[in-house]
Write a protein that binds this ligand. Structure first.
Ligand code: DX5
Ligand code: ZN
Length: 214
């Protein structure tokens, strides 16, 4: 299981140092949450901030777009240094065009589903995807409770991929801690995002190690 700490819970006044800290502690990628105040009722960071912190690590940047029109911003996030761009199937952009645009920029594409969206919604796109992100909280805020009842969606996506001979990673996001990560592991999750579980822990490095070991 790979761990992608979410910077949403880090100290925003020293993001560069926070990134270096998780890099040293064994994080596998950096999860960056982009919110536009429309798709979700919160505002966070955009391409300028991502570009500013890009030099602090060589770890892949996993950029989670919670915005209404992801297609319009793929170039901006590609220029900023994203490696993986995930966008919501519930957004206003056409999925095939958006995936194509991400690929045109040489990046990996992922689709995200909110808790109320069935797994089957991503099936038509699986052969083009690097990753499916299954939200385990309602997107918008960190520090919410893990929804274990999303795990059947993880198993369903994994088995659909297996049936079709596809190697698509499944990521979960929201409420992942040392208490909840074993449920994700059992369901076959490849990557777990963790914000609060990493950055609000007394020892960030220890928290990442514990998550990996569990
Ligand atoms: C929620 C974000 C998550 C969030 C996870 O909309 O997509 O990445 O930061 O935070 P925790 O781990 O605190 O639930
Ligand atoms: Zn996220």
């Amino acid at each position: 299981m790979k761990i992608a700490p979410s910077l949403l819970a880090c100290d925003f006044s020293k993001m560069g140092e926070e990134i270096q800290k998780i890099d040293k502690a064994g994080a596998d990628m950096v999860h960056l949450d982009v919110m536009d105040g429309h798709f979700v009722p919160n505002l966070t960071i955009g391409p300028a901030i991502i570009k500013a912190v890009r030099p602090y690590t060589k770890l892949p940047f996993d950029v989670h777009l919670m915005i209404d029109y992801p297609l319009d911003y793929i170039d901006a996030f590609a220029d900023a240094g994203a490696d993986i761009i995930t966008f919501h199937i519930e957004s206003m952009s056409e999925p095939n065009m958006t995936i194509q645009k991400i690929h045109d920029r040489g990046l990996k594409a992922g689709l995200v589903i909110k808790p109320g969206t069935p797994a089957e919604m991503v099936y038509p796109y699986l052969d083009k995807l690097y990753m499916v992100l299954v939200m385990t909280v309602e997107p918008g805020f960190g520090g919410q409770e893990f929804m274990e009842d999303m795990m059947p969606k993880v198993t369903a996506i994994k088995s659909e991929c297996k049936k079709r001979g596809l190697d698509v990673l499944v990521e979960v996001d929201g409420g992942i801690s040392e208490k909840t990560i074993s449920a994700a592991a059992k369901a076959g999750v490849d990557i777990s995002v963790s914000g609060t579980g990493v950055f609000k822990a007394p020892d960030t490095a220890a928290a990442i190690k514990t998550l990996k070991n569990s």
